[in-house]
Write a protein that binds this ligand. Structure first.
Ligand code: CO
Length: 211
């Protein structure tokens, strides 16, 4: 047991050596500050590492991860990350990235009581309720779960657009695009769902703030 965690520390030392060999100023430059262009909202799943699957390096991506890549309006963690990313770092793109085979989404499709996590999964169930006609019509359970993953991402893109943080940025003409993607753990490919929001016009009128 001891050995498995110590491996991480020796990996780290090797990584530092490798980085410095390619660029002696690598850490010094990063220490000066960050100007990431992207905010990533992804799942906590260990198989979906944001930087690795997008080929981005330290400093390029501000990252928030939780179970099933949710945008929950009362989540102070998400709201603080979003506020800092949009208002201070002025990221240009927010990417909500779900993934097929998401344990959170699959659990939300079931009716078993699981404990504390039920309070989180309920937000995903709300997505199912919104789209139950389409989802119930898919008889194959795997296909239904895959579509549910996609629809969940679409709803989180909408949920981001609803926030005052995003709408105020759009109002100030700050360039900010919100994208919905799904990563396939079976082949490593990211699918763009083409649900990009670039302004308040993309949002149902009931959510518009009048300025
Ligand atoms: Co997941």
């Amino acid at each position: 047991m001891e050995k498995t965690y110590k491996r991480l520390l020796s990996n780290n030392k090797r990584w530092v050596v490798k980085q410095l060999r390619t660029d002696p100023n690598f850490f010094e430059d990063l220490a000066k500050g960050q100007q990431p262009e992207y905010l990533w909202i992804g799942c906590s799943d260990s198989r979906v590492p944001a930087n690795q699957i997008t080929g981005t390096t330290p400093g390029e991506m501000f990252v928030h991860r939780n179970i099933a890549n949710m945008v929950v309006h009362s989540d102070m963690n998400l709201l603080s990350v979003l506020s800092y990313a949009v208002e201070v770092l002025k990221v240009k793109h927010i990417i909500v990235c779900g993934h097929y085979g998401c344990g959170g989404v699959i659990a939300a499709m079931g009716n078993k009581q699981l404990g504390l996590i039920d309070n989180w999964l309920r937000h995903i169930k709300d997505v199912y309720r919104l789209h139950h006609l389409e989802l119930d019509a898919i008889t194959d359970e795997t296909q239904r779960a895959r579509r549910f993953v996609e629809l969940n991402v679409v709803e989180q893109v909408i949920d981001l657009g609803k926030t005052s943080i995003v709408q105020n940025a759009w109002q100030k003409k700050q360039p900010l695009h919100i994208h919905g993607w799904v990563y396939d753990i079976h082949d490593g490919i990211i699918k763009d769902l083409d649900v990009t929001f670039t302004g308040v016009k993309d949002l149902p009128a009931i959510y518009h703030f009048s300025h």
